[in-house]
Design a binder for this molecule. Sequence first.
Ligand SMILES: [Zn+2]
Length: 306
Amino acid sequence: MFDGLAYSHVEMDRAAQSRTDPDWTAARLRRPDTRVIPMWRDRCLLTGGTSIVVTGEQGQAAASAAGQTALLGLADTTAVFAADLSDLSEAEAVAACGADSTADLRTLAGALPGPVAASAGYARGLLYWNRHSRYCGRCGAPTRSGHAGHIRFCTGPDCGRQLFPRIEPAVIVLVESPEPEPRCLLARHCGAGEDRYALLAGFVEIGEGLEGAVRREVAEEAGVVVGDVTYQGSQGWPFPAGLMVGFVARATDPRIQVDGAELQEARWFTRDEVVDRIQAGPGSGPVDSIGGWLLRSWVRVRSVLR
Ligand SMILES: [Zn+2]
């Protein structure tokens, strides 16, 4: 169980100044103590059961086989790189870094120390962005990687466009009912299983503030108007490029009118019902997401007040 927010606490100096120097980066990559997080098409490469980091000869081999490396930062004084083996087959990628298998990060996150899971998420997101930004959106020419994987430069004549990693912000909100002992709004999305309820969430649109996105999403999907909207916390969500921003909002009226397009059903749940759902497993949201964190926080706050 996570005490905090998964994927959000990378315990590294990102070395933003040093990484602009290609000689410094190349020298750090060659050092035998350098740690390398190899990835294959968004999947971690597992060594010895649970390790997702290789070093020494294995690290050098992973970096040599990679189509792209990117500096994540310095852990104390040791450089940590991500290495993208996606151009290889899965078997080739596993062999290239002496790994045993591949695995989706979200299936591992509960077993990994928080900062390790966060570093793997950072690696996943940065490599994904590089892999999906190989051409310039303005002139169509190929781009090349720079600043140790943190920028791409268009190679087209007379273009010179610089591409920076893109992050897609989304809001997620725990809506409380306007009652002395508030209940919370959980919704079942179209296509979701019979008992799969979750908090409301949605992407922020262009030209929209975060609080405005909360009000719009709740009104559009559940037909609920909210008053106060209060920031709770945020979570990097590199699946592939998200930033989840969590809020609590207070409804002005308990009536619900779901849109029928995104939501099949929404209803108010008491604190005790939320506790039951968390204890039962499903309904509390995946354990690594900010949705589950918001629900657990809400339950804890209410239990303290009682
Ligand atoms: Zn261009």
